[in-house]
Design a binder for this molecule. Sequence first.
Ligand code: SAM
Length: 270
Amino acid sequence: MLAMTVEGSPIDPHRPSIARVYDYLLGGKDNYAADREVGDVFKRDLPGSVAIAFANRAALTRAVAEIARTTEVRQFVDLGSGLPTADNVHQVAQRHAPESRVVYVDIDPQVLVHGRALLEQNDRTRVVRADVRDPESVRNHRDTLELIDFDRPVAVMFSAILHHVNDEEDPAGIVSHWRDHVTSGSYFFVSHFRSGNNPETAEAERVLQKTFGRGRWRTDKEIEALLDGLEILAPGIVPAPLWRPETPDGPWNGGRGGDGGSGADSGTGG
Ligand code: SAM
């Protein structure tokens, strides 16, 4: 297999990547044997893993649609955006509000390559390679500043990303940084692995930590603590399928057909 380098970082097909394992769970094709091996551990040991991934994606789609349809917000920053899939954030947002602008942010070099090819479909989308643990570098990135006017409200999407930030890396500090640097009228969307305080989620956390050195299943109380200073909107912190299920644009099926499920938590703050 050939290795490729993007902005100085190699795409290593022999080492699993979070983005590609997730792509595998969603039924995508941008993954290698090493990713499928980890994904298969999840499918075997954490029942409902595939349904959880689909439910998360569906909740994200509904949240973007809800923001684009019902608020004045026309700019989105999608943190830890993942590999392109069906109904990416700009497609959903621009379906409801064509003038919407979207900056995708991910640390994975493969996301940058595939994203630039598939997500930068018009002059209102950009893909930025940056580390969400350094929010200043995301906000001040040339491409972010080109598209996002921070004097106007922004939607900051933390979809399935904060659980990839370990406690000692201060996930609450990342959220509060964005809270303190966006104007009022901005919205946050957060989805997060939900700890059931049971052997399955403890084992899943062990596998992710061993494989990637990151991955936290947090309790609802711990997730709420990450949202300090934000007003949590109805219906609050709930399993992903229960987050505003009546919103149009669901169910998300990856363009291929799939099922719903639970296990990830979601909520919006404004
Ligand atoms: N947000 C998408 C969704 O909810 O469908 C994708 C979520 S995927 C589980 C997590 C993504 O976060 C991966 O693409 C991974 O590369 C990215 N990621 C993990 N740690 C990151 C970091 N420190 N900075 C930027 N991206 C990161």
